[in-house]
Ligand binder design. Structure first.
Ligand SMILES: [Cu+2]
Length: 502
């Protein structure tokens, strides 16, 4: 009976029972808890009768800390099934090769009698203009299959009207914001029951309103960037829900960062981009069997336990794009850009995102590589300097080879001179790539045990024994070597560089 009273007030305050009008207030300066309080005030008065006082106090008390001076940001999200193509351009954009002549890319992208190919059925979050869920909001192409970017400032309330248009129960569960048990969106034995469980599983055709806030305790600190990177995702069975596609970005910003538009834009940067680095394991998707039936030309020939089949469904993607297919990452030189980077997935999801050609600032430190692990959220700031098309690549060898690369474009948008004013020296190096035979164990013995490196049973013998079928400890390699001048006659040989080895 508590639930029905609360819901009635939600409906009164937000008109969720009727289709909203055109000028329906999407951002409202009257705090939601205050509305709820005003709405419930007469009932609370009624509750002042003897015996009800305790109930009234218990009910009102949790509202006080949530009163806020911020905006209420209302989002209408629908969970929808879609067909998703990881490589809509049909080729490896990085090597500029058609799939047929690219054996690595075609392993993942070409459908066959027992291969799904580049398209998969997925289930994703879509954003709608209002509670009719008729008018879908246009999202930037680079966002891929990620859900819409949710933005809020400290002191704000985020109201998510979630409607499930798909065929399984799903939820929405956030990181980085405050929520109570009715808005957590994750299913686990937390001792809650009744209406506190409605958020934990929204059935097909069902809906739920999630109420999240950004109190001071969740605010970016002085040492943090203006906006922190977070995510939201479905959490009925999180690994499978996320592999199916239900994940999206969320940022929480310092006061005064966002403008008054809807969707809100950051005023402190020219662009903000959101990139998910993840080996998306389509074998975990709820739709794997349907994808086999739809896209394999001989579904009966598929062995779902076969490792090569499974590997062909592990898409090394950035926002659900592989092999340079991620479109429209375009920005102006000399303008501030925020990169919100995050990872999800498994042990394989150790990513080192290298932004070629530009510098990043992460947590106040300069770098050009961001380290991303599952459920790791990184905010990186960039002022691109040099116009051109540049590469973003995961530097983990197998990820790089298997398609985790994208291109980003720096445009020259103003005639203002570049800020790269150099006042230092010119330092010139003469470097030759030199082929050498390199011995990994020049002493011939283990410096620790004193044993000969080739001594049988020493442990080192498997690396240093030389035979008809073993290379031994010496390999041909190529080394950079420094020379005194452009004649490349005299090497630079410094005693203190000896430890550099190869
Ligand atoms: Cu990687």
């Amino acid at each position: 009976h508590f639930k029905s009273r609360r819901e009635k007030c939600v409906e009164t305050a937000w008109g969720t029972t009727s289709a909203p009008s055109q000028d329906y207030p999407i951002t409202n300066k009257v705090p939601y808890p205050l509305k709820l309080f005003i709405c419930l005030f007469p009932r609370v008065m009624w509750a002042m009768e003897p015996g009800h006082l305790l109930w009234a106090l218990l009910f009102v008390q949790p509202l006080w800390p949530r009163l806020t001076d911020g905006a209420t940001r209302v989002y209408y999200l629908g969970i929808q099934d879609v067909q998703w193509n990881y490589a809509p351009k049909g080729r490896n954009v990085i090597t500029n090769q058609p799939l047929d002549s690219d054996t690595v890319a075609s392993n993942f992208l070409k459908s066959d009698k027992n291969r799904i190919g580049s398209s998969y059925k997925k289930t994703i979050y879509k954003e709608y203009r209002d509670g009719s869920y008729m008018d879908e909001m246009v999202q930037p192409a680079w966002l891929g299959f990620l859900g819409p970017v949710l933005k809020a400032e400290v002191g704000d309330i985020i109201l998510i009207h979630l409607k499930n248009f798909a065929t399984r129960p799903y939820t929405i569960h956030p990181h980085g914001v405050f929520y109570e048990k009715d808005s957590e969106g994750s299913l686990y034995p937390d001792g809650s029951s009744g209406w506190l469980k409605a958020d934990d599983s929204v059935p097909p055709g069902g809906s739920h309103i999630y109420n999240w806030t950004i109190p001071e305790g969740h605010a970016p600190t002085d040492a943090d960037p203006a906006c922190l990177t977070w995510i939201y995702h479905s959490h009925v069975d999180a690994p499978r829900d996320i592999a199916t596609g239900l994940i999206g970005p969320l940022i929480t910003c310092k006061r005064g960062t966002l403008d008054g538009n809807f969707p809100p834009q950051r005023q402190d940067v020219d662009n903000d981009f959101f990139l998910l680095f993840s080996v998306i394991d389509e074998n975990l998707s709820w739709h794997i069997n349907e994808n086999i039936a739809t896209y394999c030309s001989d579904p009966a020939s598929v062995d779902i336990e076969d490792e090569t089949f499974q590997e062909s469904n592990r898409m090394h993607a950035i926002n659900g794009f592989v092999f340079g297919n991620l479109p429209d990452l375009s920005m102006c030189a000399q303008k501030r850009v925020a990169w919100h980077l995050f990872g999800m997935g498994n042990e394989v999801d150790v990513h080192t995102a290298f932004f070629h050609g530009q510098m990043l600032t992460i947590r106040g430190h300069r770098t050009d590589v961001a380290h991303i692990f599952p459920a790791t959220f990184v905010t990186a700031e960039m002022v691109p300097r040099e116009p051109g098309t540049w590469l973003i690549s995961c530097q983990v060898n197998s990820h790089l080879q298997d398609g985790m690369q994208a291109l980003y474009k720096i445009k020259s948008c103003s005639m203002a001179p570049s800020m790269n004013l150099l006042t230092g020296k010119v330092r010139q190096y003469f470097i030759e790539a030199h082929e050498i035979q390199w011995d990994y164990g020049p002493m011939g013995h283990d410096g620790n045990t004193g044993k000969n490196l080739r001594e049988p049973g020493s442990g080192s013998d498997k690396f240093f024994q030389k035979s008809s079928s073993r290379i031994g400890g010496t390999y041909w390699k190529v080394r950079y070597e420094a020379f005194q001048d452009e004649t490349f006659q005299e090497k630079v040989q410094l005693e203190e560089d000896k430890h550099l080895g190869i």
